[in-house]
Ligand binder design. Sequence first.
Ligand code: FES
Length: 120
Amino acid sequence: MSYFHTFDRHEGQLLTVGRQRYFIFRSGSGIEHMIQDKCPHRGGPLSRGRWDPVKLRLECPWHKSSWPEKTLIKMQLPTIKVNSRWTVYLGLVDPGAICHVHDIPVATIESVEHGAPTSL
Ligand code: FES
């Protein structure tokens, strides 16, 4: 069954639908996108990754692959935004899957420090 979920953006940054997780990713331009919390490599939790605001890349915490913003944006769910009300199209979901919006911080707000390496 196809499923849409509507929520208030201010309720949180992480959406769970059954076993699937999605999170709000803020791109370098400040636009927010709902993307699957699943690294294209082996499914690591991208929401726990580290955002590099200079290179515009998100580093996965599992194997350190670094994904360009363009790749992440291509992973976004179709979303209708009316002020803070978001309606996301989740596609097919398991019957009985429960949707929750979680107000927990995602790690993409962290940034990678840039600077000269310390001398040895
Ligand atoms: S699962 Fe993300 S880099 Fe391997």
